[in-house]
Design a protein around this ligand. Structure first.
Ligand SMILES: Cc1cc2nc3c(=O)[nH]c(=O)nc-3n(C[C@H](O)[C@H](O)[C@H](O)COP(=O)(O)OP(=O)(O)OC[C@H]3O[C@@H](n4cnc5c(N)ncnc54)[C@H](O)[C@@H]3O)c2cc1C
Length: 372
């Protein structure tokens, strides 16, 4: 007899839903024909408030906290992005990482304090080209010298482009089915299955709804909240490096996006519980331009001379207590298993594969009760 696989429904098609599909198929060898992704918004769609993933900078950075779980998520993702990049490039053939929307660039990060030793000890173990910056290098940074700084080789995403290519790979290579549909209750997920699936003895539902987890029936997680961020995107072919500075009451970042448009994302803000992604503010734009041009003067001398492509805002799906990666089984039906995988806040691209790996491991193991 052939091996039996579970049926899988993934709710959500942001970077967390796609990473979950990738871990299931490429790392755990579950056939994609067993998997259906259902989401209100799919790669290619845009929604200011309901779909965060296209709005990310996005790169791999030190923005995330220092707890053990996060250190694991960040490391796992950093180390596995090379496999992901290769898998996608092999599938598409003849294309390069700039086209794919997942490339490499140098990065420098600065802090106005000495960061947690656990974080730095962890980073130095795996970041490529990791280097602690000297006092002389710190003193060159304006307006005041930061307390600490590192340089390393990071990952850069062109988020909207990468999401579409990632989705194309999951559909084309693995035959994962994608359905565009909003759910009001998580129980509805059982209706969305891949028609090619061979009925398994278990049905796994991965809840990757990001901010949507706040209002989705059977989840209604009110620990979930938005952290708004405004960005200014300029055309800057001469900047091919990341530069970020973390202060107690500000976050300044400069992130180049792979691709022919030579976009440079300038940010930003971390505004807790602010749901307004529709509007952008001129004073925030001015503040972002002032901070980023001070941090990396080679962007340009005057803000007025920059070619601004757009100003946008997005909502990071934050959660008090950190991401929820938790398994539930239905009390009267142990064949139905829900695995929550949301709350990636400002680090879904850089930590999301590690989160998804943990979620998939929980889903494929045997334990626990659900309220569905
Ligand atoms: C300005 C900004 C800059 C950022 N920069 C970075 C960065 O540089 N690096 C980084 O790692 N991260 C960055 N982030 C964070 C990153 O964007 C998020 O962590 C990530 O996109 C979260 O992905 P997600 O899949 O959880 O959520 P989302 O992308 O919001 O996806 C949620 C999915 O669930 C679906 N959904 C929700 N509710 C329902 C429902 N009821 N029924 C059906 N479907 C539903 C949605 O339609 C969507 O498909 C940034 C974010 C912002 C706003």
């Amino acid at each position: 007899m052939g091996k039996s696989y579970p049926e899988v429904t993934i709710v959500g098609a942001g970077i967390i839903g796609l990473y979950t599909a990738y871990v299931l198929t490429e790392l755990e060898k579950i056939p994609g024909s067993q998997i259906c992704v259902v989401a209100k918004y799919l790669p290619g769609d845009q929604s200011a408030g309901g779909y965060t993933s296209p709005w990310a900078g996005g790169n791999w950075s030190c923005i995330s906290p220092n707890d053990d779980a996060t250190l694991f998520y960040d490391r796992f993702t950093y180390e596995h992005l090379a496999h992901l990049q290769k898998d996608l490039l092999d599938y598409f053939g003849e294309k390069d990482s700039e086209w794919l929307g997942l490339g490499r660039r140098p990065s420098r990060e600065f802090w106005d304090w000495i960061p947690d030793k656990r974080k730095i000890d962890s980073l130095r173990m795996y970041l490529e080209e990791f280097n602690i910056l000297s006092k002389e290098e710190l003193q060159q940074i304006q307006p005041t010298a930061p307390k600490f700084g590192i340089s390393f080789k990071t990952w850069n995403f062109n988020c909207p482009v990468f999401l579409q290519n990632f989705c194309g790979f999951l559909k084309g290579k693995h035959h994962i089915k994608f359905v565009k549909q909003e759910l009001t209750h998580l129980s509805q997920a059982t209706s969305y299955v891949n028609t090619e699936a061979i009925g398994g003895d278990k049905h796994l539902i991965f809840n990757c709804t990001g901010l949507g987890a706040h209002d989705l029936g059977a989840v209604m997680d009110h620990k979930v909240y938005p952290t708004r961020g405004q960005v200014v995107v300029i055309k800057a072919p001469h900047i091919n490096e990341n530069c970020l500075r973390w202060g107690k009451d500000y976050a300044t970042y400069i992130i180049p996006r792979p691709g022919k448009n030579k976009e440079l994302v300038l940010g930003g803000f971390l505004q807790v519980d602010n749901y307004n992604a529709q509007d952008t503010s001129q004073s925030e734009t001015d503040d972002i331009l002032r901070r980023t041009l001070t941090l990396l003067p080679k962007i340009g001398k005057n803000a007025e001379d920059l070619e601004i492509m757009r100003v946008a805002a997005g909502l990071r799906p934050s959660r008090y207590g950190g991401p929820r990666i938790e398994k539930e089984t239905k009390s009267d039906d142990s064949s139905l298993i829900v695995i929550h995988n949301y709350g990636a806040s400002g680090y879904g691209y850089q930590g999301g594969m590690g989160m998804s790996y943990r979620a998939v491991m929980l889903g494929l193991s045997n334990e626990k009760k659900s309220k569905l």
